[in-house]
Design a protein around this ligand. Structure first.
Ligand code: ATP
Ligand code: MG
Length: 577
């Protein structure tokens, strides 16, 4: 490819809406163009990168025994009603009507469709196990599309679905996919950590996410991990050994009493006012889960993890209640206390979920739904409700590993892949069954396995860049090498460059010849920004019979003969795993 013909327009500035490196770099280097929030055109360079990632994914999925198909992007409501997800999948599901007024949606994921495909085709145990996958655009009407390709609304995903006769088969396929994923990301130049996670809207019991660890804002997930053993989990799923209350040995309230606690709207206010540690306060938070109120009780030195709380009430959507909603909930229960003084006592028309930290609390301080008052020296019998205990606590760095008891650490991660054990979550309601040896029907035991193709490309940029631009891993770079004649009007330089370029092409290397009549500085800047893994420069050193070969990743520049430069690049390309 000649640079003069390549459809790429590099920009001087980063786009104003770009917050993270991959968004900034991909936009400035001419890879993506925004059409609408979270919707991008993948320009030719980007499309080459995405196709490379897709091909790595294809090769590894095929090698793992899966078969590729392609399902429709637009899906009818009826299937989503069969699975029960039409009503519970939130606003991310983009719903639309066709000209006959039939309800449809844009595919955010394909469990319903694949289950219907399977039930029509997989009738007998003899046909199982099967793993089917596709690579396709998905649409999720994300509430906050941001970070360029990391969180788009339209994005490319590989989604695979496995069908087995029993749990043992599923376990085996889950392992098989986990191994394939590790290989895929490694080949894309990414180190990933496989971490335990919540199953979210897809459902099922066990799931793991593949995280690219990063210390930048692009990592939207907190990952807890242990250095002593292999424990690691997304914060939405992480657990730790229940930390002891750090009480200072003092017995604060031996006697139960209602105390005036004016203007103590926050835990901090209350601690200061009563001169107590937060560990003896029972904190009450008000949430709305699937439009219904839920009170979360937790020892006040700890925070609530919302996904865990949502799961405790089998919900699909959670948010903290607004001041107006809290006022209404209080009124419905016959109270008018303001936030800061709320507690479980006398609350009838709400679900109450207590964290495990509450279980052993004694002589504590708790709101009693009267503004400017708290009950001190309270015990469980004073709450007037039988508490249901769940782990709804957000783990904190330094708490102890649930497996080995050593301190946990936290870091940020970009989720590039996710594997789930679905069991019969879809096959049962959709009556997707096979016949066993005795002619008895059973629902398939299913798994599903996703990889964000476009997110993986962006994550590769997050992991490989410097101030000058992108440093693509060779296996996913749009081109392997750019050949730069410093001055195209210098006959020797141009002839050498063209010669090198042609030899590389002949050897199957993806090369670009920068044949533009531009200053060397401009060409070098573009080469670094676009992120060609190699740059071969034919310039002044030709007087000594040498060219310059620059390795983008390390920045190393060597003066070598044109033949050696060509061999070096060919060898590297042949070596791509
Ligand atoms: P997230 O928690 O980041 O919203 P998810 O868990 O909802 O993602 P999955 O349903 O597990 O996503 O989808 C499989 C993969 O698709 C994810 O691991 C991720 O790589 C990719 N993906 C999901 N949502 C997006 C998005 N909005 N933009 C780009 N890639 C996405
Ligand atoms: Mg996920």
């Amino acid at each position: 490819m000649k640079m003069s013909k390549l459809f790429v327009q590099t920009q001087r500035e980063f786009p104003s809406d770009a917050e993270v490196i991959s968004h900034k770099m991909l936009a400035r280097a001419g890879y993506i163009r925004k059409l609408a929030p979270g919707v991008y055109t993948f320009l030719p360079l980007m499309w080459r990168v995405l196709k490379k990632i897709e091909n790595i994914v294809r090769q590894e999925m095929d090698a793992a025994g899966a078969q590729e198909l392609l399902m429709p992007f637009v899906q009818p409501k009826e299937l989503w009603e069969e699975s029960g997800r039409w009503d519970v999948y939130g606003k991310e599901l983009m719903r639309l009507k066709d000209r006959h007024n039939r309800d449809m949606c844009l595919g955010p994921t394909h469990e319903e469709i694949i289950t219907s495909v399977a039930r029509d085709g997989l009738k007998s145990y003899k046909q199982l196990p099967v793993n089917l996958y596709q690579i396709q655009s998905k649409f999720r009407d994300e509430i906050r599309p941001r970070y360029g390709l990391l969180r788009g609304r339209e994005f490319i995903m590989k989604d695979a679905y496995s069908f087995d006769v029993d749990e043992k088969g599923l376990d085996k396929e889950y392992e098989n996919m986990a191994k394939a994923y590790t290989k895929i990301f490694k080949r894309c130049g990414l180190d990933t950590k496989m971490v335990q996670s919540d199953s979210g809207a897809i459902g099922g019991s066990v799931s793991h996410e593949f995280m690219v660890i990063t210390d930048t804002d692009a990592g939207e997930n907190d990952v807890f991990y242990c250095n002593e053993c292999d424990y690691s989990a997304n914060s939405n799923h992480a657990v730790s050994k229940l930390p002891d209350a750090v009480v200072d040995g003092k017995d604060y309230f031996k006697e139960k009493a209602v105390k005036d606690t004016p203007n103590t709207f926050s835990i901090e206010d209350l601690c200061n006012f009563l001169k107590i540690p937060s560990t003896i306060i029972l904190k009450t938070l008000v949430y709305i889960v699937d439009k219904k109120p839920v009170l979360a009780l937790i020892r006040a030195d700890k925070a609530v993890e919302e996904t865990k709380l949502m799961n405790a009430v089998n919900g699909n959507d959670i948010r903290i209640a607004s001041a107006a909603e809290i006022a209404e909930i209080m009124e419905n229960n016959g109270f008018n206390a303001v936030p800061g003084f709320i507690g479980p006592k006398g609350m009838k028309n709400v679900s109450i979920i207590a964290d495990e930290t509450v279980k052993d609390m004694k002589n504590f301080v708790v709101g009693i739904n009267e503004t400017d008052k708290h009950l001190v020296g309270a015990n469980h019998s004073d709450l007037g409700v039988e508490l249901k205990y769940f782990d709804i606590r957000l783990v904190e760095q330094g708490e102890l590993c649930p497996q080995c008891g050593k301190p946990l650490f936290v870091t940020k991660g970009i989720e590039v892949g996710n594997i789930f054990k679905l069991g019969t979550k879809y096959s049962k309601p959709m009556n997707a069954v096979y016949l066993d040896e005795n002619g008895k029907t059973h629902p398939y035991i299913m798994g599903c396995y996703g990889i964000g193709i476009s997110r993986t490309a962006a994550a590769a940029v997050e992991a490989h860049y410097d101030d000058d631009g992108i440093k693509w891993p060779l296996a996913v770079a749009p081109y392997h090498v750019v050949v730069v004649p410093v001055n195209i009007n210098d006959e020797l330089q141009m002839k050498t460059a063209v010669n090198i370029y042609e030899q590389l092409l002949k050897a199957g290397v993806e090369a670009v010849l920068d044949d533009r009549d531009e200053r060397a500085g401009v060409k070098f800047k573009d080469a670094d920004l676009i992120g060609f893994p190699f740059r071969i420069t034919a310039g002044k050193t030709l007087q000594e019979g040498l060219v310059e070969c620059k390795v983008r990743e390390s920045g190393e520049v060597t003066k070598i003969t044109p033949e050696d430069a060509v061999s070096k690049v060919i060898a590297a390309v042949r070596n791509i795993g």
